[in-house]
Design a protein around this ligand. Structure first.
Ligand code: UDP
Length: 345
């Protein structure tokens, strides 16, 4: 029988791509989202791709009673993938309490309800932000690299939530968890029926690149070219969102169906890094579209270079990110073109 998975934040960027992969792998999906940063029409995209419209509940996970009503309505839920969270670093500095309330209380509510409703496992969306700037000898960074103090309330919520999961499970809660530490998720589904919809001026590199290529933004600023890297610009591990989504399917199968440690941690990236400049030039080559860009000052708080050692995920989850960067960037462009076609932007 098909297992039922609750996907919180399922209409968001990573949540929607993961819902598609879960459905295609044969799971039933129930989405919970408060639509604070996503649109209900995302369900149409998921349905067009998979032929299945997932169940949807507009619920705010900070509201424990409303959250509990979801478990009552869908008693078959066996696993949770918890994406729902606020994720803008700058906003978290301006509104720290909102971030702690959204990101921490929601997780606590879910964890409290899991044993009561027989939910066995939870996959948690964490981030390589927990590593801060790793020392050169720790690159590529492994799961056992030391954590560093978070530089924003957003980053701190990832660290705190990892700790909450660990403490709860070690208290004998009788549930299991897999923590996935994402590097930089980018791109869109190859159909361009779902993708990333940033609010206002994008903070992240790829939406800024595609919006500049489209003429929505006049010029991309590359933040800093005096870093200690081969071309002087920052290095990140850019992971295709569809590859990332597939990692969740592998993690869910593992947490539900295998005898494993109660909490496990995996880096989810490609295993190699690209500079900001390489991203821009690869985008231009892959799409044939020029990007108007200039160098500007460093962005405060930016990490110079990080990329992940993903051997643990490759061997234990049997998962690997294998989509070439040029294809990934082309998918982001196709999505931007679709947004124009649909009159969204
Ligand atoms: N970046 C940039 N210009 C922009 C947005 C981002 O040069 O308009 C750079 C940023 O300095 C970083 C990289 O692109 O080195 C990735 O930034 P993003 O905000 O996408 O992710 P994160 O900082 O969380 O890794």
């Amino acid at each position: 029988m098909k297992q039922t998975i609750l996907v919180t934040g399922g209409t968001g960027f990573i949540g929607s791509h993961t819902t598609v992969e879960l459905i295609e792998a044969g799971y039933n999906v129930v989405i919970v989202d408060n639509l604070s940063n996503s649109k209900i029409e995302v369900l149409d995209g998921i349905e067009k791709i998979t032929g299945v419209r997932p169940a949807f509940e507009q619920v705010d996970l900070r509201d424990k009673e409303a959250t509990e009503s979801v478990f009552r309505k869908y008693p078959a839920i066996e696993g949770i993938i918890h994406f729902a969270a606020s994720k803008a670093v700058g906003e978290s500095v301006q509104q720290p309490l909102m971030y702690y309330r959204n990101n921490v209380i929601s997780l606590i509510n879910l964890l409290e309800l899991m044993p009561e409703y027989g939910v066995k496992g939870i996959i948690f969306s964490s981030s390589c932000t927990v590593y801060g700037q790793p020392k050169p000898e720790h690159l590529p960074v492994t799961e056992s690299a030391p954590h560093q103090k978070a530089t924003s309330p957003y980053g701190n919520t990832k660290e705190i939530n990892e700790q909450i999961i660990y403490d709860y499970i070690h208290s004998g809660a009788g549930i299991k968890s897999i923590v996935l530490r994402y590097f930089n998720p980018i791109g869109a589904h190859p159909t361009a029926l779902i993708g990333e919809l940033p609010n206002g001026v994008p903070n992240n590199l790829i939406p800024y690149v595609t919006q500049t290529a489209m003429g929505i933004r006049e010029q991309l600023t590359i933040f800093g070219n005096d870093y200690n890297t081969p071309d002087g610009t920052c290095i990140r591990d850019y992971i295709y969102v569809v590859d990332l989504a597939k990692a969740h399917v592998a993690a869910m199968a593992r947490v539900l169906d295998k005898q494993t440690e109660p909490v496990e941690y995996f880096n989810i990236g490609t295993g190699s890094g690209n500079s900001t400049l390489e991203i821009v030039t690869t985008f231009e080559q892959a799409t044939g579209v020029k990007v108007n860009w200039k160098y500007g000052p460093r962005r405060e708080g930016d990490i110079e270079k990080i990329w992940g050692d993903c051997t643990h995920a490759n061997t234990v989850l049997g998962w690997k990110a294998d989509t070439p960067l040029a294809d990934v960037l082309a998918s982001a462009w196709k999505w931007q073109q679709k947004l124009r076609e649909d009159g969204v932007m």
